[in-house]
Design a protein around this ligand. Structure first.
Ligand code: SF4
Length: 429
């Protein structure tokens, strides 16, 4: 039986694509191995969102080739589109596949798996406006499963490569989502994470994202739904209403990437809201959903950023009750409008500002975790006794003490007793 292993970088959508790929291969008789093992087929499902991500793809391919000189290596995902010509010359790779990921991936492999003298390029056809996916994502750990509901983006933020690598926004057909969700639930998953590039644009069969969530909730009452990254605006108010209406079923976590906290930079980024609108929206969500963990991303060092812009952004971040904030130094992506903008701050200023915001983010995380002391939270366990640990619905990593034996992939209800370093809290049952 041929073996395969997949390295995945980047977002949840890439993870969902990987799980679907693993399912397609397993159905065709391939045996999955974890990355780092010598396998007959090694796949790098790449991300291209930053220069660092692109570098990591190259390192993964190079390390794979050193580990397994005879393996058949496939490079796919966003970097296959963003850097096609350089991958087409990479002697370590045998096959380069563009986005969207083909539904019939195993059909593109030679039989038997045999190395090429130079990489073969496969260009896939764009997805239609509403699409289906055959198969069901394979998640060996059986706790959370990503459920792909959407692809692509029409927003063209000036720094972002994704609309070029994944194409325009398209939604998966409602019935096909429900089909995969039912199978994932039958397999025992207790959390479905709705995944896409811009899930708030979901639209199919007269269903938008809030309506889709209501349809999914009808599949049973034993599981919970988590939202992947959601763009501010769009259907946010209705989304908040439905989260407030089903606090036990929809995880109290909202990832709303703000990207910056000052309006002139937001305009240069071509974001479609201003700081005031964002602030009002998240404060409303925070009030409506007690215990909500608000997640976000911030980019520092964007072209044109002055010290004054940064201080305004910092004050904005201080005001907003973020529970989970990721800070990224700006990394130009060739082919995006921002890559040719002038006025980037020096690397030293960018590093200092990123470090400053990361400190602030750590303080905000600690304040959020502290606010949960004494609360009883639903935790989906990823590991069993003697070291039971899992994630609360509001995205705290909880280590649990209990005299009872606790099983992975169950939802338990510890009371939070302490907040520790490394983003871990302790709970007791
Ligand atoms: S909303 Fe903007 S940042 Fe997000 S994927 Fe679309 S273009 Fe990129």
């Amino acid at each position: 039986m041929p073996t395969f292993a997949i390295y995945t970088s980047g977002c949840r959508l890439n993870q969902a694509d990987t799980a679907l790929l693993a399912d397609a291969l397993q159905t065709r008789g391939y045996k999955p191995l974890s990355w780092g093992n010598v396998a007959d087929l090694l796949i790098v499902n790449s991300c291209a969102v930053t220069g660092v991500a692109s570098r990591k793809n190259r390192q993964a391919v190079h390390a794979a080739r050193r580990l397994a000189p005879d393996a058949f290596i496939v490079l796919m995902g966003c970097d296959a589109v963003a850097e096609t010509s350089s991958w087409a010359e990479n002697p370590d790779v045998d096959l380069v596949i563009s986005n969207p990921k083909p539904d019939s991936f195993p059909d593109l492999l030679p039989s038997p798996l045999q190395r090429n003298s130079s990489p073969k390029l496969v260009r896939t056809t764009p997805l239609p406006e509403s699409f289906t996916i055959s198969g069901t994502g394979l998640y060996p750990e059986r706790t959370r499963a990503n459920l792909k509901i959407q692809e692509g983006c029409d927003f063209y933020c000036s720094y972002c490569i994704v609309p070029y690598t994944r194409g325009p926004a398209r939604s998966r057909q409602l019935n096909d989502i429900l089909r995969e969700a039912e199978i994932l639930l039958e397999r025992g998953h207790l959390e479905l994470v709705l995944s896409g590039v811009n899930i708030a644009t979901y639209q199919n069969s007269s269903c938008d994202l809030p309506a889709l969530i209501e349809r999914l909730l009808c599949l049973g009452d034993h599981f919970r739904i988590r939202l992947g990254s959601t763009e501010p605006g769009l259907c946010l108010d209705r989304l908040v209403d439905i989260m407030a209406a089903y606090p036990k079923r929809i995880c109290r976590f909202l990832h709303l990437p703000v990207q910056y906290g000052e309006d002139s930079i937001l305009r240069r980024m071509k974001r479609h809201y201003d700081c005031r609108t964002y602030e009002q929206a998240v404060l409303h969500a925070h009030k409506r959903i007690p215990g909500l963990c608000l997640g976000s991303d911030i980019i520092v060092g964007f072209p044109g950023e002055t010290e004054e812009n940064f201080q305004t952004c910092r004050a904005f971040v201080e005001r907003i009750p973020f529970g989970l904030l990721h800070v990224f130094p700006y990394s130009p992506r060739p082919g995006t409008p921002a890559a040719s903008m002038t006025g980037r701050p020096s690397s030293a200023d960018t590093r200092r500002r990123a470090a400053d915001l990361r400190d602030l983010a750590a303080q905000k995380y600690a304040a959020f975790a502290d606010s949960q002391l004494g609360q009883t939270l639903p935790v989906l366990l990823e590991t069993s006794s003697p070291s039971p640990q899992g994630w609360s619905d509001n995205y705290l990593k909880v280590r649990i003490s209990s005299k009872l034996p606790l099983q992975a992939n169950t939802i338990v209800f510890p009371t939070i007793t302490a907040c520790k370093a490394n983003r871990i809290v302790h709970g007791r049952i």
